[in-house]
Design a protein around this ligand. Structure first.
Ligand SMILES: [Zn+2]
Length: 249
């Protein structure tokens, strides 16, 4: 990559995603919204008309039918969640849905295969501290979540997660910083300097509950300042551009 790339994704399809969309449009940033048809944990989801509105400006991906953690149900139920979630979302949008995101970041190898067999082109995980698009289109990682995680949580996540060799550079950048926002800025700066990919993700509901709209607005302003327009991509474009995977599709 000759220049740094920025990708952003928003999970769970909460109605506050419309506020997120306004913020992103103001900064002229691309993003992918991963939407279940219902959230079995209780929070509301976007209605069909709202979804279609969102789809005019952003990529919409699936997040299962009911926001089901796939490794908590038998294989046939997991498959139904993947297949039905795609069909219902496509029905509401009137267009194909190519991206998928594993609820709770929970999945096993068989779920990757199911997602591929269902006709998706890629899937995003919650693996963090990555400054690249990973090795496989059905395990697309991220850099950080916009969330006030403590350094201890991040360390635990780093040590328990896989691919730690590929994540140690980002961890080293983050490890020196106790404040989560400073850590985010520092890692983004590192991605710009090293001309890497910075993939941020969040939940609109968390941003609202923790009153983080202002800090997110400021951060996205910095992103728009440093990343040229053609390097602000959604995840479908990221997958499209990733030459490493071409032999696997
Ligand atoms: Zn989710």
């Amino acid at each position: 990559m000759k220049q740094a790339t920025f990708s952003f994704s928003v999970d769970d399809g909460h109605p506050l995603d419309l506020r997120m969309a306004d913020l992103l449009l103001r900064h002229e940033l691309a993003a992918t919204f991963y939407v279940p048809m219902r959230n079995r944990e209780g929070p509301p989801v976007l209605q069909a008309a709202q979804l279609r509105q969102l789809a005019k400006d952003f990529e919409i991906g699936s997040h299962t039918r009911d926001h089901q953690f796939l490794n908590q149900v038998p294989a046939d139920q997991a498959r139904r969640q993947i297949v039905d979630g795609k069909a219902a979302l496509e029905d509401q949008l009137g267009q194909a849905v190519e991206g998928f995101c594993y609820p709770g970041g929970q999945y096993r190898a068989l779920h990757c295969r199911m997602v591929q067999q269902a006709g998706f082109r890629y899937a995003r995980t919650t693996q963090n501290l990555r400054l690249d698009a990973g090795e496989r289109p059905f395990e697309l990682p991220a850099s950080l979540q916009f969330y006030p995680h403590s350094r201890q949580v991040l360390l635990r996540n780093f040590l328990c997660g896989r691919h730690w060799l590929k994540r140690q550079a980002a961890w080293r950048v983050c490890a020196t910083e106790a404040d989560w926002l400073e850590r985010l800025y520092r890692l983004f700066d590192h991605a710009v300097q090293t001309k890497s990919l910075f993939h941020l993700w969040c939940h609109s509901r968390d941003i609202d509950r923790l009153q983080l709209w202002q800090p997110l607005d400021e951060f996205l302003g910095l992103v728009a300042h440093h990343i040229p327009a053609r390097r602000r991509v959604d995840n479908a474009a990221l997958v499209e551009q990733n030459l490493v995977w071409q032999g696997q599709r």
